[in-house]
Write a protein that binds this ligand. Sequence first.
Ligand SMILES: Cc1cc2nc3c(=O)[nH]c(=O)nc-3n(C[C@H](O)[C@H](O)[C@H](O)COP(=O)(O)O)c2cc1C
Length: 166
Amino acid sequence: MLKEIEKRVSVRDFKDQAIEKMKLDEIVRAGRFAPSGKNAQLNHFIVIQDEMLIETLNDLAKKALKREDHSFFYNAKTVIIVANSKHNRLAVQDASCALMVMMIEATSQGLGSCWINQVSALNDEVPLKKKLLLNDDEVMIGALIVGYEKEPKKRVSLVGNHVTYL
Ligand SMILES: Cc1cc2nc3c(=O)[nH]c(=O)nc-3n(C[C@H](O)[C@H](O)[C@H](O)COP(=O)(O)O)c2cc1C
């Protein structure tokens, strides 16, 4: 497992190749098995492979963040949004656990992935939330883009994340 954790890098350039349904299902399944505070299990995974919908997400993110020149979802063909209840005090932590385990599962499936934060800026977009079949009390916490990486990427050097053993 440590091998997969050390191998994982954020991938932002993908091949055109679609990912296999079985791999995608296993990544989402990994996310569903992530722990949650008080075992709330309130994560909601929205799996998007509709190119037009990804384009809509990108357009709204560009507008919300005033960065018309940026492609927030890069060229990914699969986006997994993790939403959670706005009434859950631990929504961010619960969604983060799911996003993390999905990244590791993606790595172990030979796929690249990257956490995309900007969906959290789109929670006031009511028509979008309807389109994503989110409930009124659900908020998007983060998203994962997944696909086959174009070029193998070297991991960033580990300089922080200090440890104190007592
Ligand atoms: C909470 C969180 C939010 C992130 N948001 C984005 C994002 O919106 N867009 C992006 O390209 N990368 C995003 N990243 C990826 C980080 O930039 C990346 O993890 C970091 O640079 C370290 O590189 P590595 O993942 O290759 O180890 C995010 C990562 C985390 C943990």
